[in-house]
Design a protein around this ligand. Sequence first.
Ligand code: OAD
Ligand code: ZN
Length: 249
Amino acid sequence: MLTTVFNMSEGELREAAELVANAEYLIALTGAGVSKESNVPTFRGEDGLWRNYNVIELATPSAFTNNPELVWEWYTWRQGLIAECEPNPGHLTLAKWEETGLLKSLITQNVDGLHRRAGSSNVLEVHGNLWALKCISCDYHGRLSAPAEGLPECPECGSMLRPDVVWFGESLDSEVMARVYADLEKATVCLVIGTSGIVQPAAMFPILVKQRGGTLIEFNVETSRLSSNVDYHIRGPSGKTLPALDSLI
Ligand code: OAD
Ligand code: ZN
Protein backbone atom coordinates (compact mmCIF):
# COMPACT_ATOMS: atom_id res chain seq x y z
CA MET A 1 0.00 0.00 0.00
CA LEU A 2 2.66 2.49 1.06
CA THR A 3 4.40 2.29 -2.30
CA THR A 4 1.50 4.36 -3.72
CA VAL A 5 2.81 7.42 -1.87
CA PHE A 6 5.87 8.66 -3.71
CA ASN A 7 6.85 11.94 -2.16
CA MET A 8 7.07 11.08 1.52
CA SER A 9 9.11 8.90 3.78
CA GLU A 10 7.18 6.31 5.73
CA GLY A 11 8.01 8.29 8.87
CA GLU A 12 6.33 11.43 7.54
CA LEU A 13 3.33 9.43 6.44
CA ARG A 14 3.06 7.92 9.92
CA GLU A 15 3.21 11.42 11.35
CA ALA A 16 0.31 12.50 9.13
CA ALA A 17 -1.63 9.37 10.09
CA GLU A 18 -1.10 10.17 13.77
CA LEU A 19 -2.37 13.71 13.27
CA VAL A 20 -5.51 12.33 11.62
CA ALA A 21 -6.03 9.67 14.27
CA ASN A 22 -5.60 12.10 17.17
CA ALA A 23 -7.24 15.19 15.68
CA GLU A 24 -9.57 17.01 18.02
CA TYR A 25 -11.79 18.12 15.14
CA LEU A 26 -11.00 16.63 11.73
CA ILE A 27 -12.69 17.95 8.59
CA ALA A 28 -12.12 17.40 4.87
CA LEU A 29 -12.56 19.50 1.76
CA THR A 30 -12.89 17.49 -1.44
CA GLY A 31 -12.89 18.42 -5.12
CA ALA A 32 -13.25 16.67 -8.44
CA GLY A 33 -10.00 14.69 -7.96
CA VAL A 34 -11.55 12.46 -5.28
CA SER A 35 -14.02 11.18 -7.89
CA LYS A 36 -11.49 10.88 -10.72
CA GLU A 37 -10.90 7.18 -10.01
CA SER A 38 -14.66 6.66 -10.20
CA ASN A 39 -14.40 7.96 -13.79
CA VAL A 40 -16.17 11.25 -13.10
CA PRO A 41 -14.40 13.86 -15.25
CA THR A 42 -12.60 16.70 -13.40
CA PHE A 43 -13.12 20.33 -14.44
CA ARG A 44 -9.56 21.35 -15.23
CA GLY A 45 -6.54 19.42 -16.48
CA GLU A 46 -6.05 17.39 -19.62
CA ASP A 47 -9.50 15.91 -20.16
CA GLY A 48 -11.28 18.33 -17.81
CA LEU A 49 -14.88 19.34 -18.50
CA TRP A 50 -14.09 23.04 -18.90
CA ARG A 51 -11.52 22.24 -21.59
CA ASN A 52 -14.15 20.76 -23.85
CA TYR A 53 -17.08 23.01 -23.00
CA ASN A 54 -17.58 26.73 -22.80
CA VAL A 55 -18.46 27.61 -19.22
CA ILE A 56 -20.37 30.72 -20.22
CA GLU A 57 -22.59 28.71 -22.55
CA LEU A 58 -23.43 26.14 -19.92
CA ALA A 59 -22.93 27.03 -16.28
CA THR A 60 -24.30 30.52 -15.81
CA PRO A 61 -27.82 31.82 -15.08
CA SER A 62 -27.89 33.69 -18.39
CA ALA A 63 -26.93 30.53 -20.29
CA PHE A 64 -30.04 28.90 -18.81
CA THR A 65 -32.26 31.87 -19.67
CA ASN A 66 -30.95 31.96 -23.25
CA ASN A 67 -30.87 28.26 -23.97
CA PRO A 68 -32.40 26.02 -21.28
CA GLU A 69 -32.50 23.06 -23.69
CA LEU A 70 -28.73 23.16 -24.19
CA VAL A 71 -28.03 23.54 -20.46
CA TRP A 72 -30.39 20.66 -19.57
CA GLU A 73 -28.87 18.52 -22.31
CA TRP A 74 -25.44 19.00 -20.74
CA TYR A 75 -26.72 18.17 -17.24
CA THR A 76 -28.64 15.13 -18.49
CA TRP A 77 -25.44 13.92 -20.12
CA ARG A 78 -23.50 14.38 -16.85
CA GLN A 79 -26.27 12.66 -14.86
CA GLY A 80 -26.03 9.72 -17.27
CA LEU A 81 -22.24 9.57 -16.77
CA ILE A 82 -22.51 9.67 -12.99
CA ALA A 83 -25.29 7.10 -12.85
CA GLU A 84 -22.71 4.64 -14.21
CA CYS A 85 -20.05 5.55 -11.62
CA GLU A 86 -19.39 3.94 -8.26
CA PRO A 87 -17.68 5.40 -5.18
CA ASN A 88 -13.98 4.50 -5.02
CA PRO A 89 -11.78 3.54 -2.03
CA GLY A 90 -11.08 7.25 -1.36
CA HIS A 91 -14.80 7.97 -0.83
CA LEU A 92 -15.12 4.77 1.21
CA THR A 93 -12.20 5.67 3.50
CA LEU A 94 -13.79 9.06 4.28
CA ALA A 95 -17.13 7.34 4.99
CA LYS A 96 -15.35 4.92 7.31
CA TRP A 97 -13.66 7.78 9.18
CA GLU A 98 -17.05 9.41 9.71
CA GLU A 99 -18.48 6.14 10.98
CA THR A 100 -15.62 5.64 13.43
CA GLY A 101 -16.10 9.20 14.71
CA LEU A 102 -12.80 10.48 13.33
CA LEU A 103 -14.13 12.77 10.59
CA LYS A 104 -16.52 15.40 11.88
CA SER A 105 -17.47 17.10 8.64
CA LEU A 106 -16.99 16.58 4.91
CA ILE A 107 -17.19 19.68 2.77
CA THR A 108 -17.34 18.92 -0.94
CA GLN A 109 -17.33 21.00 -4.08
CA ASN A 110 -18.54 17.96 -6.00
CA VAL A 111 -22.10 17.68 -7.24
CA ASP A 112 -21.86 13.96 -8.06
CA GLY A 113 -23.33 12.64 -4.79
CA LEU A 114 -20.66 9.92 -4.54
CA HIS A 115 -19.76 10.73 -0.92
CA ARG A 116 -23.32 9.97 0.19
CA ARG A 117 -23.41 6.84 -1.95
CA ALA A 118 -20.21 5.74 -0.20
CA GLY A 119 -22.00 6.06 3.14
CA SER A 120 -21.03 9.54 4.35
CA SER A 121 -23.97 11.41 5.81
CA ASN A 122 -22.36 14.53 7.25
CA VAL A 123 -21.73 16.04 3.81
CA LEU A 124 -21.89 19.75 3.02
CA GLU A 125 -22.32 20.09 -0.75
CA VAL A 126 -21.31 23.70 -1.29
CA HIS A 127 -21.92 23.61 -5.06
CA GLY A 128 -25.21 21.69 -4.87
CA ASN A 129 -26.10 18.28 -6.25
CA LEU A 130 -26.55 17.10 -9.81
CA TRP A 131 -29.74 15.23 -8.92
CA ALA A 132 -31.40 18.13 -7.09
CA LEU A 133 -33.87 20.42 -8.82
CA LYS A 134 -35.40 23.76 -8.03
CA CYS A 135 -38.11 25.85 -9.64
CA ILE A 136 -37.10 29.12 -11.29
CA SER A 137 -40.33 30.80 -10.06
CA CYS A 138 -41.54 29.29 -6.78
CA ASP A 139 -39.95 27.60 -3.74
CA TYR A 140 -40.34 24.06 -5.07
CA HIS A 141 -37.33 21.79 -4.58
CA GLY A 142 -37.23 18.25 -5.94
CA ARG A 143 -34.94 15.38 -6.73
CA LEU A 144 -34.40 13.22 -9.79
CA SER A 145 -33.89 9.49 -9.48
CA ALA A 146 -32.87 9.06 -13.14
CA PRO A 147 -31.42 11.46 -15.75
CA ALA A 148 -33.91 14.21 -16.65
CA GLU A 149 -35.92 13.89 -19.84
CA GLY A 150 -36.38 17.06 -21.85
CA LEU A 151 -37.19 20.20 -19.88
CA PRO A 152 -38.53 19.29 -16.42
CA GLU A 153 -41.56 21.30 -15.28
CA CYS A 154 -42.49 22.42 -11.77
CA PRO A 155 -45.35 20.28 -10.38
CA GLU A 156 -46.49 23.27 -8.27
CA CYS A 157 -46.56 26.15 -10.73
CA GLY A 158 -45.66 24.78 -14.18
CA SER A 159 -42.51 26.93 -14.57
CA MET A 160 -39.22 25.44 -15.62
CA LEU A 161 -37.11 23.49 -13.15
CA ARG A 162 -33.34 23.95 -13.14
CA PRO A 163 -30.54 21.86 -11.67
CA ASP A 164 -29.98 22.89 -8.04
CA VAL A 165 -26.29 23.51 -8.52
CA VAL A 166 -24.29 26.69 -8.15
CA TRP A 167 -23.49 28.41 -11.41
CA PHE A 168 -20.79 31.00 -12.07
CA GLY A 169 -21.85 34.36 -10.72
CA GLU A 170 -24.24 32.84 -8.16
CA SER A 171 -23.75 32.88 -4.42
CA LEU A 172 -23.59 29.72 -2.33
CA ASP A 173 -26.51 28.59 -0.19
CA SER A 174 -26.44 30.61 3.04
CA GLU A 175 -27.56 27.77 5.33
CA VAL A 176 -24.91 25.42 3.98
CA MET A 177 -22.30 28.16 4.27
CA ALA A 178 -23.20 28.89 7.89
CA ARG A 179 -22.54 25.23 8.70
CA VAL A 180 -19.29 25.28 6.71
CA TYR A 181 -17.97 28.32 8.58
CA ALA A 182 -18.95 26.81 11.93
CA ASP A 183 -16.90 23.70 11.07
CA LEU A 184 -13.95 25.76 9.80
CA GLU A 185 -13.88 27.54 13.16
CA LYS A 186 -13.68 24.26 15.03
CA ALA A 187 -11.32 22.38 12.72
CA THR A 188 -7.89 21.48 14.06
CA VAL A 189 -6.92 19.34 11.06
CA CYS A 190 -8.25 19.74 7.51
CA LEU A 191 -7.70 17.23 4.72
CA VAL A 192 -7.58 18.89 1.29
CA ILE A 193 -8.36 16.24 -1.29
CA GLY A 194 -8.34 16.47 -5.09
CA THR A 195 -9.00 20.14 -5.56
CA SER A 196 -7.07 22.63 -7.69
CA GLY A 197 -7.78 25.37 -5.13
CA ILE A 198 -8.80 27.80 -7.85
CA VAL A 199 -12.50 28.34 -7.23
CA GLN A 200 -13.55 30.65 -4.40
CA PRO A 201 -14.78 30.68 -1.75
CA ALA A 202 -13.96 26.96 -1.31
CA ALA A 203 -10.26 27.57 -1.97
CA MET A 204 -10.19 29.84 1.09
CA PHE A 205 -11.58 27.23 3.49
CA PRO A 206 -8.25 25.48 4.21
CA ILE A 207 -6.52 28.86 4.51
CA LEU A 208 -8.98 29.88 7.23
CA VAL A 209 -8.23 26.68 9.15
CA LYS A 210 -4.50 27.31 8.79
CA GLN A 211 -4.82 30.91 9.97
CA ARG A 212 -6.45 29.67 13.15
CA GLY A 213 -3.50 27.37 13.84
CA GLY A 214 -4.88 24.21 12.23
CA THR A 215 -2.90 21.66 10.22
CA LEU A 216 -3.49 20.99 6.52
CA ILE A 217 -2.86 17.62 4.87
CA GLU A 218 -3.22 17.63 1.10
CA PHE A 219 -3.90 14.62 -1.15
CA ASN A 220 -3.36 15.32 -4.84
CA VAL A 221 -1.66 13.84 -7.90
CA GLU A 222 0.16 17.13 -8.46
CA THR A 223 0.81 20.43 -6.73
CA SER A 224 -2.21 22.72 -6.49
CA ARG A 225 -2.68 26.39 -5.70
CA LEU A 226 -2.98 25.35 -2.06
CA SER A 227 0.17 23.22 -1.88
CA SER A 228 2.42 26.03 -0.64
CA ASN A 229 0.14 26.44 2.41
CA VAL A 230 -0.15 22.82 3.47
CA ASP A 231 1.80 21.03 6.20
CA TYR A 232 1.80 17.64 4.44
CA HIS A 233 1.41 17.01 0.72
CA ILE A 234 0.62 13.37 0.05
CA ARG A 235 1.22 12.75 -3.63
CA GLY A 236 -0.80 10.18 -5.52
CA PRO A 237 -4.38 9.27 -6.47
CA SER A 238 -6.62 9.69 -3.40
CA GLY A 239 -8.28 6.33 -4.08
CA LYS A 240 -4.90 4.87 -3.09
CA THR A 241 -3.38 7.42 -0.70
CA LEU A 242 -6.41 7.71 1.62
CA PRO A 243 -6.60 3.92 2.20
CA ALA A 244 -2.78 3.91 2.58
CA LEU A 245 -3.03 6.47 5.36
CA ASP A 246 -5.93 4.57 6.90
CA SER A 247 -3.80 1.43 7.03
CA LEU A 248 -1.47 3.29 9.43
CA ILE A 249 -4.24 4.37 11.81
P1 OAD B 1 -10.49 20.78 -10.67
O1 OAD B 1 -10.82 20.02 -11.91
O2 OAD B 1 -10.20 22.22 -10.80
O3 OAD B 1 -9.23 20.12 -9.95
C1 OAD B 1 -9.12 18.76 -9.75
C2 OAD B 1 -7.91 18.50 -8.86
O4 OAD B 1 -7.85 17.11 -8.58
C3 OAD B 1 -6.57 18.88 -9.51
O5 OAD B 1 -5.75 19.56 -8.56
C4 OAD B 1 -5.95 17.51 -9.86
O6 OAD B 1 -4.52 17.53 -9.79
C5 OAD B 1 -6.52 16.65 -8.75
N1 OAD B 1 -6.63 15.21 -9.07
C6 OAD B 1 -6.89 14.60 -10.27
N2 OAD B 1 -6.98 13.28 -10.13
C7 OAD B 1 -6.78 13.02 -8.81
C8 OAD B 1 -6.79 11.83 -8.03
N3 OAD B 1 -6.99 10.61 -8.57
N4 OAD B 1 -6.56 11.94 -6.70
C9 OAD B 1 -6.33 13.16 -6.13
N5 OAD B 1 -6.34 14.31 -6.81
C10 OAD B 1 -6.56 14.24 -8.14
O7 OAD B 1 -11.67 20.48 -9.64
P2 OAD B 1 -12.14 21.30 -8.36
O8 OAD B 1 -10.97 21.87 -7.63
O9 OAD B 1 -13.06 20.43 -7.63
O10 OAD B 1 -17.59 24.37 -9.59
O11 OAD B 1 -12.95 22.47 -9.02
C11 OAD B 1 -13.65 23.36 -8.23
C12 OAD B 1 -14.90 23.81 -8.90
O12 OAD B 1 -14.63 24.28 -10.21
C13 OAD B 1 -15.93 22.72 -9.15
O13 OAD B 1 -16.69 22.40 -8.01
C14 OAD B 1 -16.78 23.34 -10.21
C15 OAD B 1 -15.72 23.96 -11.10
O14 OAD B 1 -16.08 25.11 -11.74
C16 OAD B 1 -18.85 24.55 -10.01
O15 OAD B 1 -19.35 23.91 -10.90
C17 OAD B 1 -19.55 25.63 -9.25
ZN1 ZN C 1 -42.66 26.32 -9.30
